[in-house]
Structures are given as C-alpha cells and as structure tokens.
Design a protein around this ligand. Structure first.
Ligand code: MN
Ligand code: MN
Length: 322
C-alpha cells in the first residue's frame, strides 16, 4: 500500500531487512528536535528507583531492537499511526545512573522541552519512577487521569528510612503534587503479597479504582474496559503500562515479577478498548532484559508500545481535526 501521508515512515523491511541497520523505535527516523514531532518515542535508560532486581536501564535499547518487528497498521483496529501523526524516535532522555535526584530533574527538564514543543510522549523505561518526572512535565497545568496496568499500586510512601522516591511510590507523589487525579485513575491487575494489611489504603481512600487481578478474572476484559472508560471519562488521560502487570510467564524479564497476572492477549484487548479516550501520553516500563535472554519481554514491551502508539495517534488526530 502506498503511503498516503508525508509523515515519517518506518524503514521498509522489504528493502532493509528487520535485522539490519541501526535500530530505532519502530524503525522510525531519529531526531533530537521535538519541533514538528506529534508523538515522540523516548527511552529512559534508568533503573535507580528499583527496590529489587535492577536491569530496566537496558530496556530502551532492547525494546528498540525488538520493535523492528512492528509493522505499520494495527491488525484489529486498522489504525495506521504513521498516516495520522508525525512520529519520531527522540533518542534517550539524559539520566545520571549514580544520582536519583539529579535524574528526576533531568527527566523533567527533557520532557518539559518535548511538552512545550507540542509533542505527546510515549516512553520506554526504565523503572516506574520515571513516570513521576514525566508527569511533572506534562501535567503541571492540570492533573491527568491514568489507566495503569501493573501488579503493584506504586502508591507506597517511603522506603529505606525517609526516601520518598522509588518505583514503589510514584503515584502517591503524583497525587500529592497535584499531577494525577486519583478519582480519574484506574489500576488494573494489582496482586501479590503486600507489606502491611493497609498498603492499599492510600490508593483506595484517595479514590483510585483498583481492579485487583481477582476482579479482572471475575469481570473479564470487556467489563474492565467499560470501567476504565467510566473512571477516566473524557478528560486528559495517561496510559502507564508496567510490564509486570502481565504474568511472568509472558514477561519474565522484569525486576519485581508476580505470578497470576494478565495474559498478553487480555492486556492487548484492554489497551485496544481505550481507543477514543483523550490520551495525552503513555509509557511501557520495567522491561529488564538481563532477566530474559530470550528477548521475549522486550518484544512484549515493543508490542505494547505499538498498541499504545496506535490509540495515541488516533487521539492526537481527533484533537487536531476537532
Ligand atoms: Mn509499577
Ligand atoms: Mn509493578
């Protein structure tokens, strides 16, 4: 099929094979300049917020590599993101692997530049703490809602004494900082042992809708989609996809695996069901390639980036054409 748009197109796999040349996200052009980019694909190679197994710093490079498998059109929705928006690989956000607080500042600064240029970010982590500085950049004018896929609520308070910033705390901080509207937040796939009986109190008392994995099984994906759409409504919404929301059978390459999770197909179905929401950004986090030499978890990460890219491009085009 000929390209209808003048937008960036992935390298044609019939010209340069998928295993050849330099890997960028989705085989798109790489640019450092967010001007004239509608959707910016960004890596955040940083895992200094992990409390257990590190390794997500290697996520962006392996997701780029595996993303060479992504073709141009979604096979169910038939969404064609490169016909809807200018998408580019903005490279990796600057990080400091030996300084957490410095990294939070670097990530916020980088994403502020992207946001001010009018680009919508879709990121590959990195551990889940990166979503906090991303929200500091893109939600400073008004809080966002969130559809959050994860085994963990990530609303704990402090670790190792008085440390407020780990990948177990970003969404409590985001609520406290007025970046995230808890009443427009849904957490999907929560499970696993907890530290204390009241670990989920912050999420539940702040008004987040928590779909425990047991609820997911009971409700099924279609009812979960309906509930997600009800909770976030038509306001600006961020999609955050922690790969450990999936069962470790499907995504073993992650730092804090929990058994009994979603299948890749269930999670794909739910992401597809978010089409039409006012999506303003997304991420796929916690892909830790060192724990999955098969490369499958990075392929899962790349595929969910493409799934989210399709609905983000659709949302972008709806806003532009409104
Ligand atoms: Mn998480
Ligand atoms: Mn998690």
């Amino acid at each position: 099929m000929a390209n209808k748009s003048n937008y960036n197109q992935p390298v044609d796999a019939a010209v340069v094979p998928r295993f050849g040349d330099i890997p960028t996200f989705m085989r798109l052009p790489h640019t450092r300049d967010p001007a004239n980019v509608d959707i910016a694909l960004i890596g955040v190679p940083w895992d200094g917020g992990t409390t257990n197994r590190a390794g997500a710093r290697h996520g962006p490079r392996e997701i780029r590599n595996q993303s060479s498998m992504m073709r141009k059109v979604h096979h169910v929705s038939r969404l064609a993101p490169y016909e809807l928006a200018q998408v580019a690989d903005l490279g990796d956000c600057p990080v400091n692997p030996i300084d957490l607080m410095d990294t939070l500042g670097r990530v916020e600064t980088f994403y502020s530049r992207v946001h001010e240029a009018g680009a919508v970010p879709l990121s590959a982590g990195g551990d889940h703490l990166i979503t906090l500085p991303i929200m500091r950049a893109i939600a400073k004018d008004r809080p966002v809602g969130m559809v959050h896929f994860d085994a963990h609520s990530d609303t704990n308070d402090r670790y190792f004494g008085d440390n407020k910033f780990t990948h177990g705390t970003p969404f409590r901080r985001a609520v406290e900082e007025g970046l995230l509207d808890p009443k427009r937040t849904i957490q999907i796939g929560i499970r696993g042992s907890i530290y204390y009986p009241d670990d989920m109190a912050f999420a539940e008392e702040s008004g987040m809708r928590v779909i425990y994995m047991e609820d997911f099984t009971e409700m099924g994906p279609e009812a979960v989609i309906a509930e997600a759409r009800r909770v976030v409504g038509d306001g600006p919404t961020y999609v955050s996809f922690d790969v450990d929301g999936l069962d470790p059978v499907f995504a073993p390459g992650t730092g804090t695996p929990e058994i009994g999770g979603m299948t890749t197909r269930e999670a794909q179905q739910v992401v597809r069901g978010l089409q039409g929401l006012d999506l303003v950004g997304g991420d796929v986090v916690e892909v830790a390639p060192p724990f999955d030499p098969s490369g499958n978890t990075a392929l899962v990460g790349a595929t969910f980036m493409f799934e989210i890219l399709c609905i983000l491009a659709d949302a972008f085009a709806r806003r532009r054409d409104a």
